[in-house]
Every structure is written in structure tokens, then in C-alpha cells.
Design a protein around this ligand. Structure first.
Ligand code: BGC
Length: 812
């Protein structure tokens, strides 16, 4: 079926250009890199927050709304009787031209109507707590135009969760102040809060509104706010109900004339003793200072140029040239960009994550880090410390923590037995990238309790021990509440639909539920841990853990092999899961991925057989499904996984996150053709070319799940942006396919490619060095024959690290 296209890549500008506002789903972008963040859709929907999408929400958003994606930062232009928005929504007045360009931490939306062009550049300047909206209005007609311009933002009463439920209080708390062209939102500022927000424009205004009902009208909508339709602001002052911010500006433009307006949505925190400038009047000093930094087009352009340079420098660290645009644009631009976004947000705020449900995940953030560590290592370092600080003394840990407080999340608690291993995964990646072993000596508390600090290395040790101390009857790791697959709940036993699968553990006493996924993960991270111990001279510890790893390998070979693939788990009663003996879900992807990455039983042919089985039973046109066949009924002993309809999410969806595990298994086994064909199936640029309508979600990033072969609509994507897929896709392509792998003493070169691969180059900045690497595959899938460094042959496959610029030639 020929698929309609809604946009295309513009690689030169590192943008995705959307040319039709009616995309099959809102296609969004993220603004902000450290503290102040915004989500913005291709029609300017979305919201902003400071650090934490739950506790410090600045503007309001209603998820799962009708129409979808209503509410955002809107500019209404009233030109005679026509009212329109540059991003088409919310008025939906047909435009003469529409374009949305999502770039690296910025979005530019341009609309044209009746000879007027309105173009808005949205971004969050580096190190500043505000969103800039630079609106340029241009009269392209032959007549003078007098336009009425209304801006619009709706304030959220800070806590995004209570904002949606506690109306008996909320409708009485809203407070604002208006000063010149700035509208201040100061709800609850008098009590425990020391923060406020503001919405400013750098020109004189002819009116304003701050009360939603007055501006919109109780029986009107965002599409036809009364004040706008009548061209008359009400100068309303909100007291309770729903405070908003809207500026009203009258603009006259001669033919050919254009004018810029800088709108600023800012966030300020004041010290306790500097909160007020007069009784009940907020101290606006910091707001004034921030406004002064961005009150002209020149200042804004400069801030924007700095942001672009920042992205230049980040994306200059790893650059590939293969001649295949679809690959190059994902590696050089979008995959790395998505890695930054997942690092920043974990799984908290997207158009599928409400920002109130989940904070930062322990396992999620460790994995995200692997996609990000090469970009800004010091931030990765801090993240590792933050994550480890939520661990318990027995090595277990909180499954999630809140970014604002960095405290473990009690609602979800702990007990996910794969979690500890991920700390090793993240830390090892950090040290290999940076050579900074000193992180191991950092003193890190348990559960953020002062006085409980031990070294980070000690945290790693207890992480490994946590697995060893929690083995089941087959000497395989007990699964606990769940392993990577949050929905395989083997100790849950829930018949009560009001119980959450995620937090309920009705029976676990005497459980025999073991996980082959954790077994593989333990072997992979255990080998890493052993190598690390040797590296830092802890030989006895290395030996101790090597024995545990060897024992785990034996346990998997003995009790984890089903004949053609690795089992998935044992249930509470010790019965096999993911076996040919099972009625449904005979094979699962997670254990194939981890046990092949761990190369368990490679000599006995297990790895090759497992990889073949993935191709035979899991693969389909859109990628590899999680399990096969799908569950067709709810299984009390298995929990959430079997509650999903066939082909969706953890029940035989294509969970993109774990496809790379098998791809890495393929790479380690040297099967480059297979690795590539799995990889290309879920590579957004390939999907973009074929399936914009079917795929539905953003074509420039990976989504968590694509409906699998058993689904009603195979190929339909969901849960875009915040997924471990980003980091895994990056790790897979950069280190295993293209084969440039940071190591303690240098860079290991070991590509695994399809036979058809041509020569390619990778420019890799690494610590204080820069390597220009050219690879000549010569039709080989795997196996480096010779490497020269600056013209001299080297032994082995590791280019020894030394600062400076180097040229590397690799012959396969
Ligand atoms: C969660 C991950 C989990 C995965 C599979 C994601 O939504 O963020 O932590 O491993 O689902 O269940």
C-alpha cells in the first residue's frame, strides 16, 4: 500500500521537516537540555516544566484529550475576520503554507495566511530557565496590514498530579500579578513555595488576560476564544479558577515589513528571605534580570547560535560516513539526539508518559547512560552517583526515583532483581569512555541516608552479590517482582483488577521463579566486573566473581536450554516458561538476547541455534516480536504480560528495546548479514521511507513498541521517544556493527557488517584524542586482519590510547 508522507529529513540542517499539520499522531520534539524542559508538538501543543514533570509543571496539559493534543503555547492572529495560528491548531483555519521543522533542541513552526507569514522559533537557551518563542511576523502582501496578535499559555498549579484531581482546593488557589508586559504566575507562593513563573513579551502590550474563563468563554474552546474572536482582550485578573497568560498586541505592517517579538516563558526561584518586594508582592528581581538577557532579537539570535554550536560539538564526537544516507543520518543525528532526550527524561514525560507516573528508572537510566556517556561524561558520572544513592545496603534498589528530590520512589518500591546488575553496565561504560577510575572511590550513600556512605565500587560488589544471594532451585537468579520485563510478574498472582501488577506481590514465600534473562545479564556484567577488578588490581575479588560467573554459565547450560533456544524463566512452582513444552509463548526474546550476548554454550552450538530460532519464530516484517506465539488468555501465574491483547506491548509486540540484544548476539557470532537485516527493520529512517501512516508515530526516532505479527495492525508504532531502544540502537550500531568500541586502554575495532558494506570512515573523539578511522570491509562480515595507526601496523584490535590526532586504517 502506498503510504502518504507527512514530511522528510533535512540532513544538512539536522531537521525533520513536517509539511502537513495533520500528522497521524502529534509528532513532537523536546526543548531544553538540563533544568528547564518543554515538549512541543508539530502544532505547538505541549507543556513546560522545571526538572521534574510531576512536581514542577509550569504549564498545563491534558493528556488523551479530545481533540488530541489540545493546549500549548498558541499565537492567535486576527487579520480582519480571519483568525489563524502559525501551527494550524487550535483554530485549524486552513493555511496557505505550513511547515514545522524539528531540530536539535529547537522547533520552528511557520504558517502563512492571506499574505502574512508568522514564523515561531521555540528553544530553551543553554543554562537558562526559560523557553524562548521568537515570533516573526511578515507582511508579504501589497497592502498595509493591521493585525491583532494574542499569545496564550495556561498555567499548571505546579504539581501536575494534584492539578488534575484536587479541584476543591485548586479552584481557589490561583494567583497572578501583572507588571507591564509580563504576567506572573504565583500560585501558592505565599506558603511553602519559593518559585514562580512568568510570561513576557519584549514590547508594549495593548491588553492582556489572565483568567481562562474570561478569555476563552465558558462555552467556547481554544479554537475560538471569545476575546480573540471579538478582537478584544478583557484585561482580566485571575483569582482562583484557572489562571492563564495572554498578551494582546496590535501590529501594523507595511508591505514587505517584518517584525520580531520575543516571548519568554520563565521560571524563578527565590531565597526564603528574599521572596517579597512588598507585602504579598513577589520579588521580581531575578525575572527582570533574565528578561534583560533575552529582550532583543540580537540577544536571542546569539543564544540560539550558542545552542546550535553546542549541538555541533556534541555531534562531532562520533561521525560516520558510509554513503548510506539512511544509516548516516540516524547515527550522526537522530539516534544520538534521542539518546540525550532519554538520558534527560528517562521514562517520565512524553506524549505516552504523563510525567506524573514514573520518575527516573534505575535500570532505565543505567541503560540510557550508555547512549549518552560519550556526549557529556560529567553528567553521566553524576547520574551514576545519583542512581547508586537509591540502592539499599543489601544491593537491591528503588526501581525509580524522582529527579527533583533524587529520592527513591516509595509507591513502586524495589524488588526487581535485574536492577542491581545494570549499575555495573552503566559504570563500566562510563569508565571505558573516560578512563576515569576515580569514580569507583566516590563515597555513595544507601537510600540517600547521610552517614551510610561506602565507595561506588562497594555498590558494584553488593550488586553482583545480590544476584548470587538470590538464586533459586536451579541455581539461576530469582526473578523477584520482575526482571527487565516489568510485565512478567511471577510472584504476583492477581485476580483483583484493582491491584497494580507493578506493585503487587501476593505470594513470594517459597517461590521458585527464576529468570534466564537475569542469568544472561549476570554473565555479561559479571565478565565486565571481573575485567574491571583485574584492571584495578583486585585479583581475589576477580577470582571470586569468575567462579560465580562460571557457575551461572553451567546452570544455564544445564537448566536453561530447551533444545533450540534458551528458556525464558521458571515460574513460582518451578515450571518452565518459554519452552517448546508450553502451550503458548514457547520462545521469548530476552533470554535469547542476553544468553547469546553472554555467549553461553557457544561451543556447543547453543548460540547459533538460539539466533536461528529468533529468525524462525520471532522475526517478522517489522522486527522481532517479544514472544511467540502470543498469549491468548490471561495466565494467573504470569501476570501482566498475558493481560495484553496479542501482538501488543510485552505480549508479542515488537519491543524495539530488546531487538538490539539479539543483534549484538549476531554480531558477536560474526553473522553480519543477519545483524544488519534485523537492525534495518527497526531503524527509523528505513521505516520512514515506507510507513509513515501505518507507523503513526514520529519517523525520526525509535518507539518503544511496534505492533507485532499477531496484532490487529502489525507495524503500528506506539510509545515514541522515551525508550531504552535509543541507547541500545546506539550501542549496537556504534560499537558492534560499525565496530568502534571504547575500552580501558584505547579503542577496540571489531566491526560486524553485511557482506555488501563498502568502505566507510568514522571520526571519533575519545578523551583527549581524535581518531580518523577508515575501514575496508572487503566483503567480510567479521574479523579484522590488519590495523595501522598513523601508518604503523599494530598488534591486536585495540588502538592504544594516546592524546592527539590519529589516522587509523583497518582491513578486514
Ligand atoms: C520500562 C522498562 C521495562 C520495559 C519492559 C519499559 O516501559 O521502562 O523498565 O524494562 O518497559 O517491560
Amino acid at each position: 500500500m502506498e503510504q502518504k508522507r507527512y514530511g522528510h529529513f533535512d540532513d544538512q540542517h539536522r531537521e525533520y521537516v513536517i509539511t502537513d499539520p495533520q500528522t497521524p499522531w502529534p509528532w513532537i520534539n523536546y526543548l531544553g537540555n538540563e533544568d528547564f524542559f518543554s515538549l512541543i508538538s508539530n502544532t505547538a501543543g505541549g507543556y513546560s516544566f522545571y526538572k521534574d514533570a510531576k512536581f514542577r509543571r509550569i504549564t498545563r496539559y491534558r493528556y488523551n484529550n479530545v481533540p488530541m493534543d489540545n493546549g500549548g503555547r498558541y499565537f492567535y492572529i486576527k487579520d480582519g475576520d480571519t483568525v489563524w495560528n502559525p501551527g494550524w491548531k487550535p483554530c485549524k483555519t486552513p493555511l496557505d503554507f505550513y511547515e514545522c521543522r524539528h531540530g536539535m533542541s529547537y522547533t520552528r513552526i511557520t504558517g502563512r495566511k492571506n499574505g502574512v507569514e508568522a514564523s515561531v522559533l521555540f528553544f530553551v537557551p543553554l543554562k537558562k530557565w526559560c523557553e524562548v518563542q521568537k515570533l516573526t511576523l511578515k507582511n508579504e502582501s501589497a497592502e498595509t496590514k493591521t493585525l491583532k496578535l494574542f499569545s496564550f499559555e495556561e498555567w499548571c498549579l505546579w504539581n501536575a498530579a494534584t492539578d488534575m484531581e484536587n479541584f476543591q482546593r485548586n479552584f481557589s488557589t490561583g494567583e497572578v500579578e501583572i507588571e507591564g508586559s509580563t504576567i506572573y504566575h504565583k500560585t501558592e507562593y505565599r506558603e511553602r513555595r519559593n518559585h514562580y513563573a512568568f510570561y513576557h513579551v519584549n514590547t508594549e502590550i495593548q491588553g492582556f488576560d489572565t483568567d481562562r474563563e474570561t478569555f476563552v468563554g465558558l462555552y467556547n474552546e481554544f479554537a475560538d476564544p471569545q476575546a480573540v474572536m471579538e478582537g478584544k482582550p478583557r484585561n482580566s485578573h485571575a483569582h482562583g479558577w484557572s489562571p492563564i497568560a495572554s498578551h494582546y498586541i496590535e501590529v501594523t505592517l507595511k508591505p514587505g515589513e517584518s517584525r520580531d517579538f520575543v516571548f519568554l516563558l520563565g521560571y524563578i526561584e527565590n531565597e526564603q528571605d528574599e521572596k517579597f518586594s512588598a507585602p504579598q508582592v513577589i520579588n521580581k528581581q531575578k525575572a527582570h534580570a533574565l528578561i534583560a538577557e533575552l529582550d532583543t532579537t540580537e540577544k536571542v539570535d546569539k543564544a540560539f547560535a550558542e545552542l546550535c554550536e553546542y549541538w555541533d560539538s556534541l555531534l562531532n564526537i562520533y561521525k560516520v560516513q558510509t554513503g548510506n544516507d539512511k544509516l548516516d543520518r540516524m547515527v550522526n543525528i537522530w539516534n544520538q539526539y534521542q539518546c540525550m532526550v532519554t538520558f534527560n527524561f528517562s521514562r517520565s514525560a512524553s506524549f505516552f508518559e504523563s510525567g506524573v507516573g514514573r520518575g527516573m528508572g534505575f535500570r532505565d537510566s543505567n541503560q540510557d547512560l550508555v547512549g549518552f556517556v560519550h556526549q557529556i561524561p560529567p553528567r553521566a558520572r553524576q547520574r551514576i552517583i545519583d542512581i547508586a544513592s537509591t540502592q539499599f545496603p543489601d544491593g537491591g534498589c528503588y526501581h525509580q526515583y524522582q529527579p527533583l528530590t533524587k529520592r527513591g520512589n516509595n509507591d513502586i518500591g524495589g524488588g526487581f532483581n535485574d536492577d542491581p546488575c545494570w549499575l555495573i553496565f552503566g559504570t563500566v561504560a562510563y569508565i571505558k569512555e573516560t578512563g576515569d577510575f576515580s569514580i569507583l572511590d566516590e563515597m555513595v550513600p544507601f537510600d540517600n541516608q547521610p552517614g551510610s556512605e561506602v565507595t561506588l565500587f562497594e555498590h558494584l560488589k553488593i550488586s553482583m552479590d545480590h544476584v548470587i544471594k538470590n538464586l533459586g532451585p536451579h541455581m539461576l537468579p530469582l526473578i523477584g517482582r520482575a526482571d527487565w520485563n516489568d510485565c512478567l510478574n511471577l510472584n504476583c498472582f492477581s485476580w483483583d483488577p484493582n491491584e497494580s501488577f507493578q506493585t503487587t506481590e501476593n505470594v513470594s514465600e517459597g517461590t521458585k521463579a527464576e529468570s534466564l534473562m537475569i542469568a544472561g545479564l549476570f554473565v555479561v556484567t559479571g565478565k565486565d566486573y571481573v575485567a574491571l577488578c583485574k584492571k584495578i588490581g583486585k585479583t581475589a575479588e576477580a577470582e571470586r566473581m569468575q567462579q560465580a560467573v562460571d557457575a551461572m554459565i553451567e546452570a544455564v547450560k544445564k537448566h536453561g536450554w530447551d533444545g533450540e533456544w534458551y528458556l525464558r524463566a521458571y515460574d513460582f512452582y518451578g515450571r518452565k516458561i518459554g519452552s517448546n513444552e508450553c502451550e503458548e509463548a514457547k520462545i521469548f526474546i530476552e533470554s535469547q538476547g542476553w544468553c547469546t550476548m553472554a555467549e553461553i554454550g557457544a561451543e556447543e552450538g547453543m548460540v547459533a541455534k538460539s539466533l536461528d530460532s529468533c529468525k524462525k519464530y520471532l522475526e517478522c516484517e517489522h522486527g522481532m516480536v517479544l514472544n511467540n506465539p502470543a498469549f491468548t488468555k490471561y495466565i494467573y501465574e504470569y501476570g501482566e504480560i498475558s493481560s495484553y491483547p496479542e501482538g501488543y506491548k510485552e505480549n508479542a509486540g515488537i519491543f524495539c528495546h530488546n531487538n538490539p540484544w539479539v543483534i549484538i548476539g549476531e554480531c558477536l557470532a560474526g553473522r553480519g548479514n543477519d545483524a544488519w537485516s534485523h537492525y534495518a527493520k527497526i531503524l527509523p529512517s528505513y521505516v520512514e521511507e515506507k510507513y509513515q501512516t501505518l507507523h503513526k508515530v514520529e519517523p525520526y526516532v525509535n518507539c518503544q513498541m511496534v505492533a507485532g505479527k499477531d496484532a490487529f495492525k502489525p507495524g503500528e508504532g506506539k510509545n515514541s521517544w522515551l525508550t531504552g531502544t535509543a541507547a541500545w540502537m546506539w550501542y549496537t550500531v556504534s560499537e558492534f556493527i560499525l565496530g568502534i568500541k571504547p575500552d580501558y586502554d584505547g579503542i577496540r575495532i571489531d566491526p560486524c557488517l553485511p557482506e555488501t558494506a563498502s568502505d566507510y570512515t568514522v571520526n571519533r573523539k575519545f578523551r583527549e584524542a581524535e581518531y580518523d578511522i577508515t575501514i575496508h570491509p572487503n566483503g567480510q562480515q567479521k574479523g579484522v586482519k590488519a590495523i595501522t595507526l598513523d601508518g604503523n601496523p599494530i598488534d591486536g584490535t585495540v588502538i592504544p590510547y594516546s592524546p592527539g590526532k590519529h589516522t587509523v586504517e583497518v582491513t578486514m
